[in-house]
Design a protein around this ligand. Structure first.
Ligand code: PTJ
Length: 248
């Protein structure tokens, strides 16, 4: 089970404290990088400005993402140290419902951390976690984070990349992949280059995508409609407007 914190659910900052605790525990377990703590702080600031809720616009993005995952030839969910620490069970559930594979793919890559994350996902019910072979490279990236599995992200037509760094997001896009990005910062390059930017906290976004996937499963017409009616520019503009209009 995911380690939990002893904060009552009635606490006004329950979700935020739980999130911090999971990230901290992730660092202690060797799953999350120390930079992951900084990334979480940045994300929290945007979440605060966005009202710490899934906006209607983010919900539509999650629906489009679910439709892309279900209609993909080969969908892969990329998992980094923050995603694994925050939503291990939820990622496994999303993979089960959509038929996507899970692949560990890190910005600060180390064999130990990849294995720790794969083990953690397996503890939460995952089977066949990818990312350990790393026998292919994303073209145009000269860093360790370019390493992917040839029968995983390299081969995928649809990739869900939560909390991605901008360079890799761009390089995956250049490979012609449909990219679904979860990122609380609408100004960040990764949501800007995504086919579907989901501007929401990963804690809420992954279960929301799974809920939509359950509803859209077996209905190709509804999947197609969710994809065709989704407007990425409008989704980013909605998130930016929400931040500008925030009131104390
Ligand atoms: O585990 P690794 O080595 O792959 O490293 C993962 C991190 C996240 C440390 C690495 O990819 C990184 O440094 O990312 P950045 O460039 O800091 O970008 C992270 C983005 O995710 C930022 O735009 C944050 O606003 C956003 N973010 C942080 N926490 C959340 C989030 N978005 C959604 N949900 C969150 N909980």
């Amino acid at each position: 089970m995911t380690e939990e914190v002893s904060v009552p659910e009635s606490h006004p900052r329950y979700e935020s404290l739980l999130t911090r605790h999971r990230i901290e525990a992730g660092v202690e377990r060797g799953i999350t990088s120390k930079q992951g703590l900084i990334a979480e702080g940045r994300g929290e600031a945007f979440d605060y400005l966005l009202g710490e809720e899934t906006t209607d616009s983010a919900d539509r993005a999650a629906r489009a993402a679910a439709a892309y995952l279900l209609s993909a030839e080969h969908a892969v969910v990329s998992v980094n140290g923050n995603a694994a620490a925050l939503v291990p069970e939820e990622l496994v559930e999303l993979a089960d419902v959509t038929g996507a594979e899970l692949e560990v793919n890190l910005f600060n890559r180390s064999r130990e951390r990849i294995e720790a994350i794969a083990d953690y996902l397996r503890e939460h019910g995952a089977e066949g976690v990818k990312g350990l072979d790393a026998d292919a490279r994303i073209p145009g990236l000269d860093h360790e984070r370019a390493k992917v599995d040839s029968d995983g992200i390299y081969d995928a037509d649809v990739v869900l990349v939560p909390l991605e760094d901008g360079d890799r997001a761009e390089a995956l896009g250049e490979m012609g992949k449909t990219e679904l990005v979860v990122d609380l910062n609408p100004l960040s390059r990764s949501p800007q280059v995504a086919t579907v930017p989901i501007v929401d906290n990963i804690i809420r976004a992954i279960p929301t995508i799974t809920d939509h996937a359950r509803e859209l499963a077996g209905d190709p017409a509804a999947q197609q409609a969710a994809i065709e009616t989704f407007d990425a520019d409008a989704a980013l503009a909605d998130a930016k407007r929400r931040i500008r209009e925030v009131e104390a």
